[in-house]
Design a protein around this ligand. Structure first.
Ligand SMILES: NC(=O)c1ccc[n+]([C@@H]2O[C@H](COP(=O)([O-])OP(=O)(O)OC[C@H]3O[C@@H](n4cnc5c(N)ncnc54)[C@H](O)[C@@H]3O)[C@@H](O)[C@H]2O)c1
Length: 253
């Protein structure tokens, strides 16, 4: 028996990097996968690949920073699959780096809008549905930068710390409702988000990031997907409100 057989799994930011790896891992465990992401030329190709694993895969175009679009996306999942069993709120952006004094209000609001408000928008509508069902699992994508800081990314660091607070608050509110809510804190993972730093021109930055991890390498998306499957299934049935560090030892230093 596969671990997510007949379960509906909702994944934001599922067309790339960590979210995409989690979508394939869930489908391989038997899940009906709904990928929620911005409009992209990649969507039909990725859904076709997913359908070869499980024919019940759909794409929903949605900007998670938009409250109403998220509500419509969740309604679409319910009307298609009748339930929402697991939600991975993963969509996120890096944002333009700068010190706080040099940061524009626009840059701040953009990152908070996607990375923090986006998580609230999803949780609000997911929890309404999961409360009606009397069960569910939510996993929010935070970061090592939800537990410590780096200079130059205060918007990102604030959002990722906020996600841990939201996760813990919600876990307390729904602990007796058979709804578990946890977060994942990845170290630096080799994905398109990180590659926006353009490693081909800045090999020194990549080496610097590698050196920050005691395991002396970046992580890969499949290593995050393994943690996601653990938190999504009954393998973690007594775990709620935690944040799972998958970081090659970054945070223990
Ligand atoms: N890569 C890393 O090193 C790393 C480390 C820690 C945490 N994270 C977090 O993991 C998550 C996934 O990151 P990734 O590295 O896979 O990035 P990625 O850029 O490869 O994928 C992010 C996905 O989110 C989607 N997205 C962006 N804005 C959106 C919006 N407004 N609405 C809907 N979808 C949107 C993108 O289209 C993309 O498909 C993010 O929340 C990120 O902050 C990444």
């Amino acid at each position: 028996m596969k671990k997510l057989e007949n379960k509906t799994v909702f994944i934001t930011g599922g067309l790339s990097g960590i979210g995409k790896a989690c979508a394939f891992a869930a489908a391989n465990e038997g899940a009906n996968v709904a990928i929620v992401d911005l409009k992209s030329d990649e969507s039909s190709k990725i859904i076709e690949e997913l359908k070869q694993i499980n024919p019940k895969a759909i794409f929903i175009e949605c900007d998670v920073s938009d409250f109403n679009q998220v509500q419509v996306a969740i309604q679409k999942v319910i009307s298609t699959f009748s339930s929402l069993d697991v939600a991975l709120n993963n969509a996120g952006i890096g944002g333009k780096p700068s010190k706080i004094g040099d940061m524009t209000e626009e840059a701040w609001l953009k990152v908070i809008g996607v990375n923090l408000n986006g998580i609230f928008n999803c949780m609000k509508h997911e929890l309404e549905q999961m409360s009606k069902q009397g069960k569910g699992v939510i996993i929010n994508m935070s970061s090592i930068l939800g537990k410590v800081a780096i200079a130059g990314s205060s918007h990102y660091v604030a959002a990722k710390h906020g996600i841990i607070g939201l996760t813990q608050s919600a876990a307390l509110e729904y602990a007796t409702d058979s709804i578990r809510i946890n977060a994942i804190c990845p170290g630096f993972i080799d994905t398109p988000l990180l590659n926006k730093l353009d490693f081909s021109k800045h090999k020194d930055i990549k080496q610097h990031l590698i050196n920050l991890h005691p395991m002396n390498r970046l992580g890969n998306s499949e290593e995050i997907a393994s943690g996601f499957i653990f938190l999504a299934t009954d393998d973690s049935s007594f775990i709620t409100g935690t944040s799972l560090d998958i970081d090659g030892g970054y945070l223990i230093q």
